[in-house]
Design a protein around this ligand. Structure first.
Ligand code: MG
Ligand code: ZN
Length: 344
């Protein structure tokens, strides 16, 4: 038995799934109203993530995603800017330089805080959709799917960035159900002019279909691996609305995407899957229910984020690196280390 065969093997691909505002109660609520089952349960290596930002014990999604994307704690509202407003390099930039392909999927506008932190730099997250679209054009990200088409082609400066994207080699599909030409390596789908509908209001299977297509495209002609960020954006919006049904339908939608990702990872065997959140929203709690009827009774502390640690579920090669309690900035460092890249 050759000793080399026992050496741990680094993952080729890493898929980071962020349920915005998805704390343990959000996960539990989805599970207990779904016959006591989630696909998420298959990821057995579990850690807890400290979510506080530099400026506050309560993070916002911008500072939270900046921590994942740059390894730096910063002020709330920052899209990849340091506390001194110096631009920080998004992780996708480091990965593209190492010839690792990258992709972004969100059920919000692709210019919303979480996805924006995987390509942009803005001092303040608000009112900068068009600037972020311009910054995306300068990135080398292979796949982009979500809402926000207007920021690209219905702009105050009348520029048509979708034409520019096509010139850069992106294939653009009008609907997520459209066939992707074989051999496509760069793909974009905008599912809404601004913010996509909620699952309850008819978003359909966008997230699962986008996930499947993104993996197919990123895995095409790929020797060096890929990094894909998939956000269940609206779990957080259910929390802000203090609407338990909204939280549950969005979390179950996210769990369907998790099923798709875990199926790929199980077949591929070279893909590490990380499922976590940027923070909890709502101080949401389950205070009763009837498991036979798939119903729960819930309560909220407020309509904003809380500081409670969030879980991280890992599946695949090196998943054991994610057990324990650590800062959100460690997720960035671990991802780069596992891609065999250095970080400061
Ligand atoms: Mg978000
Ligand atoms: Zn929020």
């Amino acid at each position: 038995n050759c000793s080399l065969s026992n050496e741990p093997v680094l993952p080729k691909n890493i898929i980071l799934m962020i349920g915005d505002g998805m704390g343990l109660s959000q996960i539990s609520a989805a599970m207990y109203t779904n016959d006591n089952f989630l696909f998420l349960e298959e990821a057995k290596h579990i850690g807890l993530v400290k979510t506080h930002s530099h400026s506050s014990i309560i993070t916002d999604s911008a500072a939270g995603a900046t921590a994942f994307s740059t390894g730096e704690k910063t002020y709330n509202g920052s899209i990849n800017m340091s506390i001194d407003t110096v631009p920080l390099t998004p992780i996708t930039n480091n990965l593209n330089k190492a010839n690792i392909k990258t992709g972004i999927i969100a059920t919000s506008s692709v210019t919303h805080a979480t996805p924006a932190c995987f390509y942009g730099n803005q001092v303040n997250r608000y009112g900068v959709g068009e600037d972020l679209a311009t910054q995306f054009l300068q990135s080398n990200i292979h796949v982009l799917m979500g809402g926000g088409e207007d920021y690209f082609n219905n702009r105050s400066d009348n520029l048509n960035l979708t034409d520019s994207l096509k010139k850069k080699g992106y294939i653009m599909i009008d609907s997520i159900i459209d066939v992707v030409p074989p051999g496509t390596e760069k793909l974009i789908n905008f599912c809404a002019p601004k913010e996509p509908k909620s699952k309850h209001d008819g978003r359909g299977d966008f997230l699962t279909l986008a996930t499947k297509k993104a993996i197919d495209v990123l895995n095409t002609k790929n020797n060096n691996g890929f990094f894909l960020m998939i956000e269940g954006s609206q779990i957080d919006w259910g929390g802000h609305d203090m609407d338990s049904d909204y939280i549950i339908s969005e979390t179950l939608d996210f769990d369907k995407a998790i099923k798709e990702v875990l199926e790929f990872a199980k077949n591929d065997k070279n893909t590490l899957v990380l499922i976590t959140a940027d923070h909890e929203t709502g101080g949401y709690g389950i205070i009763g229910g009837d498991m036979k009827k798939n119903t729960i009774k819930t309560s909220f502390l407020n309509d904003d984020h809380t500081a409670t640690m969030v879980p991280l579920f890992a599946f695949g090669p090196m998943a054991n690196h994610f057990i324990g309690i650590y800062d959100n900035t460690e997720v960035y460092k671990k991802i780069l280390t596992l891609f065999n890249l250095s970080h400061k």
